[in-house]
Design a protein around this ligand. Structure first.
Ligand SMILES: Cc1cc2nc3c(=O)[nH]c(=O)nc-3n(C[C@H](O)[C@H](O)[C@H](O)COP(=O)(O)OP(=O)(O)OC[C@H]3O[C@@H](n4cnc5c(N)ncnc54)[C@H](O)[C@@H]3O)c2cc1C
Length: 407
């Protein structure tokens, strides 16, 4: 794999979620020094529930020699099986493709994934500074770089700044104050971990149930632990304060009501949940007019947050990271490199965000007639429009590190 030892730029990366550390490692491979600045005071190794790293995301991590599935206790999921609220099997969809080394998409706890990426970056000599919440940045002269200022009063200078600071990105707002706000999709996501119901582990499988009032997904680990989530329609967006006031016991009661009449298994899983039930409103960013300006550029959720329905949020962030690094390696003028990066990525990520939102719309259908029609059509649709061939555009995306980027 080639790097460019002469490319002596220094990158300031804002955000040590998923895209940030991967961008730092990809930039290092491109010969660009990077330091990561994270708002949290310490590593957030337990933040969030679990997420899917699809085969296209794993392929990027493989290219960068980051072995996530083994180190982050990943649960391989090659297939997703769908059921109606009456328990009828509607069909199944492949969750990505099998990579040449037989790896399939994995579901990992988000906090553990973040820890593995952080530790891997550290082992490669990449520094992450905590308690550094970006407040503003200043562009130095014409092509002179950038100064990042943090809320603790400190500042740091670099040649370029990468906003990997998530859906509520500060960098996005500074870069373009007119950026559209993340759009609320009308769905809440809730989830947790359960143990108790005697459900036989089904290797490589995640199950989805289109309940009569809400959507439920679960998988059963080989240890018997069940990882589950629910999507609930809530047309008016609740505030974060309102959500934080709802206790886990209250969520349990609410979910038991919502899923009454659906397969009993759902109630059993919800009842036997241990620990907290987390809930958050799902947002996405269908399109952002500005991806970069001067020495600043955006990656991941900061520029194209996607709803979790397609299981692509983390994969899109790591794809961005490697493509950006390649562009900076091969196109020495920073702004032209950013433009090349945007041109390589915009169409794909916007397609993923739109696709993901469409999946979300089929999840909470309140009208019983519409639900009946959906359940009749879905077996045919899954067979003909959700097969490996029709999803090839999503899962077979491959970034060849050694191929040179043309400006
Ligand atoms: C706490 C949390 C929990 C999540 N839980 C889930 C989940 O359960 N399921 C799921 O599918 N997806 C979840 N996600 C979203 C998922 O991780 C992302 O869609 C995906 O990984 C894209 O990664 P990213 O690097 O672009 O952004 P993120 O992973 O969101 O990382 C952004 C990082 O930037 C930091 N940051 C934000 N503002 C600043 C600032 N001003 N200065 C410095 N740092 C800043 C944040 O603290 C965070 O560490 C969660 C995200 C977060 C932050």
């Amino acid at each position: 794999m080639k790097g460019t030892p002469t490319n002596k730029k220094r990158a300031l990366i804002v955000g040590s979620g998923i895209g940030g550390p991967v961008a730092a490692m990809a930039l290092q491979r491109a010969g660009i020094e990077a330091v990561v600045y994270e708002a949290y005071d310490a590593p957030a190794d337990y933040a969030g529930l679990f997420l899917n790293i699809a085969s296209n995301g794993l392929d990027v991590l493989r290219t960068l020699d980051i072995d996530v599935p083994a180190r982050a206790d990943g649960f391989p999921v090659s297939r997703m099986v769908m059921y109606s609220g009456t328990g009828k099997c509607l069909g199944e969809v492949a969750n990505g493709i099998r990579l040449p080394d037989n790896t399939v998409s994995v579901i990992v706890k988000r906090g553990l994934l973040q820890r593995v990426l952080r530790e891997e970056a550290e082992s490669r000599g990449i520094r992450t500074e905590y308690g550094k919440r970006l407040d503003s940045y200043e562009i130095i002269g014409n092509g002179g770089g950038v100064i990042a200022r943090f809320e603790d009063g400190s500042e740091v200078e670099g040649d370029l700044l990468v906003g990997a600071d998530g859906v509520r990105s500060r960098v996005r707002r500074l870069l373009n104050p007119d950026s559209p706000r993340p759009s609320y999709t009308g769905l809440l996501s809730l989830g947790g971990y359960a143990r108790g119901p005697r459900i036989t582990p089904t290797p490589e499988t995640q199950h989805f149930i289109f309940g009569s009032r809400a959507f439920f997904g679960y998988l059963v680990r080989e240890t018997g632990e069940i990882w589950w989530f629910a999507n609930v329609a809530r047309p008016d967006k609740p505030s974060r304060k309102e959500l934080s006031r709802v206790s886990s016991a209250q969520w349990k009661r609410r979910l038991l009501e919502l899923f009454s009449g659906d397969p009993d298994l759902i109630g059993e899983i919800v009842e036997s949940t241990r620990g907290e039930i987390g809930a958050y409103p799902i947002h996405d960013i269908p399109t952002a007019p500005a991806w970069h300006k001067g020495p600043a550029v955006l990656i991941g959720d900061a520029v194209h947050a996607t709803s979790p329905n397609s299981g692509q949020g983390a994969s899109m962030a790591v794809e961005d990271a490697i493509v950006l690094a390649k562009c900076l390696r091969d196109v020495l003028d920073t702004e032209r490199a950013f433009l090349t990066y945007e041109r390589s990525r915009r169409e794909r990520v916007e397609k993923v965000v739109a696709y993901s939102r469409r999946i979300g719309q089929s999840k909470a259908v309140s009208n019983p007639v519409a639900r009946w029609i959906r359940d009749q059509i879905m077996p045919f649709a899954l067979k003909h429009f959700a097969n490996t061939g029709s999803h090839a555009w999503l899962y077979t995306y491959h970034v060849d590190w050694d191929e040179k980027v043309a400006a």
